[in-house]
Design a protein around this ligand. Structure first.
Ligand code: HEC
Ligand code: HEC
Length: 221
């Protein structure tokens, strides 16, 4: 009797496990398969070779997930917040409105579970800075502006991913230029404190300050 029950429990749990595995396999492709689609634009290993496309390797999972959710839900803050609240893994994800030329369409093709898997995949790959021609004089002027106004959240000269604020160092100059223009036009949302710093930078250092910051980031290795 005891033996039968034990055996039944064992069988049940084996079947339980099997069907669990099967359902996982049929629901979701492997992270590297899911991420294959991204490489055409974001470059092999997520290191971009196109000037308007950012490198996404080495950014934090939290940042990547936040970006993908904003794209997926067309900047519908309520929808993104509902997704974040429903999943304890997403506790640290923050919503910021984003501009998109292609990413809104691409992100809609993935479920939240897939987005999490893709984010984990790219976060684990190393970031590599682009080699590009830089105006060294402007980059030097940008260094002290960065130190005083941006380093707090974009640590290590914009290299660190730890603050969930992307990676600025070594991104393509055109991508940084588009991004800054989007921030200034208000099409892409800045965190409140970043907006305050940007305003101060503009007031204190004038028109060229944005170009100087961009050259500084582009000059980081
Ligand atoms: C057709 C080209 C293309 C494909 C394919 C593509 N991306 Fe993008 N991605 C872009 C461009 C261009 C941007 C800049 C935003 C925009 O214009 O849509 C971007 C921006 C991003 C950003 C924001 C990065 C930042 O620094 O803020 C993330 C994250 C991202 N893509 C992830 C992905 C992932 C993950 C995939 C695959 C599932 C993917 N992308 C596929 C072109 C592409
Ligand atoms: C209070 C923290 C904070 C400060 C200060 C700050 N930032 Fe940011 N920054 C962020 C966060 C958070 C994000 C990511 C927003 C998002 O997810 O879209 C970000 C995003 C960015 C991006 C876009 C990154 C990408 O990959 O698309 C750029 C460029 C940027 N910041 C530049 C600056 C500059 C230049 C300064 C200084 C004038 C600055 N930031 C100051 C928090 C900050």
């Amino acid at each position: 009797m005891l033996y039968t029950i034990a055996r039944q429990t064992l069988l049940l749990s084996v079947f339980g496990l099997l069907s669990f595995n099967i359902s996982l396999a049929s629901e979701m492709a492997s992270p590297s398969m899911l991420s294959d689609t991204c490489l055409g634009c974001h470059g092999p290993s997520g290191i971009s070779d196109g000037p308007a496309t950012p490198t996404i390797s080495g950014m934090s999972e939290i940042y990547l997930i936040g970006a993908m959710l904003a794209y997926k839900y067309d900047n519908d803050e309520d929808k993104v917040d509902a997704v974040i609240e429903a999943d304890p893994d997403l506790e640290d994800v923050e919503y910021f409105a984003r501009t998109s030329t292609v990413m809104d369409r691409i992100a809609k093709g993935y479920t939240e579970a897939e987005i999490k898997a893709i984010a984990k995949y790219f976060a684990a790959l190393p970031f590599k800075a682009q080699k590009q021609d830089v105006n060294v004089e402007q980059a030097q002027a940008g260094a002290s502006i960065h130190e005083n106004h941006c380093e707090k959240c974009h640590e290590d000269g914009g290299r660190s991913a730890e603050d969930d604020a992307g990676v600025l160092a070594g991104q393509w100059i055109p991508y940084l230029e588009y991004t800054m223009a989007d921030f200034f036009s208000g099409d892409r949302a800045m965190p409140k404190k970043m907006k305050k710093q940007m305003k101060e930078v503009h007031e204190m250092h004038g028109e060229n300050s944005v170009a100087e910051l961009i050259q500084f980031y582009a000059n980081q290795e």
